[in-house]
Design a protein around this ligand. Structure first.
Ligand code: UP5
Ligand code: MG
Length: 197
């Protein structure tokens, strides 16, 4: 891939910040292709014959980060599939990735550089409330108090440095994710318009 052919936006934010919720709206209104790294990993985990099933299951439950080779290969495959489809769309929202510096550097080296980073900023107490609520029905193995604590820890220790890295390169659009989904989305639209034209 080259940056001339595709536009990639990384969508980052803590667990439960609302990345998936905002991405769904952007897809609906602007026709981005949405690739959630977490969703791709969960699908790979359940794919019969996958050699990574157990590894992914363990990482997700413990809020740990799956080795980048696995995740980048899944993202690359999904991007190729999207581009081969008849309605070839070359604008991608990569949701929940990169969440570790090595992933960020590797993806931009072997796939393509991100045009910008949407960063949804939300206090832990609010994210915890949302995840515990969702956990009543989501069936997600990591929507429980123990896993949530570990996910927050990984986010602060390992994923925030990625955001700081992109902030230094002036590529971050930071959005307060605390208000209602409608309000967050209105700001997202406004800020994206400013940034992308
Ligand atoms: N909600 C959303 N917005 C709201 C708002 N403004 N006000 C009130 N409620 C709001 O939202 C979460 C919940 O909050 C929902 O119930 C929603 O209705 C409500 P959602 O949009 O799903 O938030 P999101 O940020 O997408 O939360 P998610 O739980 O998906 O975030 P994570 O980053 O934890 O999950 P992800 O799927 O990205 O990763 C899971 C795991 O996969 C990681 O912990 C890791 O183990 C592994 N992983 C990797 O190893 N590598 C990767 O590159 C990616 C993932
Ligand atoms: Mg999500």
């Amino acid at each position: 891939f080259s940056a001339a052919d595709v536009t990639v936006l990384f969508v980052l934010g803590g667990p439960g910040a609302g990345k998936g919720t905002q991405c769904a709206r952007l897809v609906h209104d602007y026709g981005f292709t949405h690739l959630s790294a977490g969703d791709l990993l969960r699908a790979e985990q359940d794919r019969p014959g996958s050699q990574y099933g157990q590894l992914i299951r363990d990482c997700i439950k413990n809020g740990a980060i799956v080795p980048q080779e696995v995740t980048i290969a899944l993202l690359e495959q999904a991007m190729r599939a999207a581009m081969a489809a008849a309605s070839a769309n070359r604008r991608f929202l990569i949701d929940g990735f990169p969440r570790k510096m090595d992933q960020a550097l590797k993806f931009e080296e072997v796939v393509c550089p991100a045009r910008l980073v949407l960063f949804y900023d939300c206090p832990e107490a609010e994210m915890e409330r949302r995840l515990m609520e969702r956990g009543k029905t989501s069936g997600r193995a990591d929507d429980n108090a123990d896993s949530i604590r570990k996910r927050f820890r990984t986010f602060v220790d390992t994923s925030m440095p990625v955001v700081t890295h992109y902030e230094a390169g002036d590529r971050v659009v930071k959005i307060d994710a605390t208000p209602t989904p409608d309000q967050v989305y209105a700001v997202t639209q406004q800020r994206l318009k400013q940034a992308l034209g």
